[in-house]
Ligand binder design. Structure first.
Ligand SMILES: [Zn+2]
Length: 102
């Protein structure tokens, strides 16, 4: 019996592999929409950032998130995702206020 390696989630913002609990998943649905996947279980192509606004902004600014999802994110899309991201951080206050490494 060997323990299976947990899947590594790499933040598209800072590039660090991060514990799954502290990561936010974005998903591109089969319809081609991109949204924040709070459950982590939505069907579609996924990409990740740390649960930090900094990493989200970096991922957007450098187009890392868009390229990971293989989509073209328009400004409308990024505004909507940012709003969803901020809501998520507020909902999970523990994450938002946690200090430490990315
Ligand atoms: Zn990060």
């Amino acid at each position: 019996m060997r323990a299976r390696k947990p899947p590594i989630r790499t933040c598209t913002g800072c590039g660090n592999a991060t514990d799954k609990r502290d990561i936010v998943r974005f998903v591109r649905t089969p319809e081609g929409d991109v949204h924040l996947d709070a459950t982590g279980k939505a069907v579609g192509r996924g990409a990740y950032t740390c649960a930090r606004l900094e990493c989200f902004e970096t991922a957007i600014r450098k187009r890392k998130l868009a390229s990971a999802l293989r989509v073209n994110l328009k400004e409308d899309d990024t505004d909507r995702l940012r709003a969803e991201f901020e809501t998520l951080l507020q909902d999970t206050g523990a994450l938002a206020h946690k200090d430490g490494d990315c």
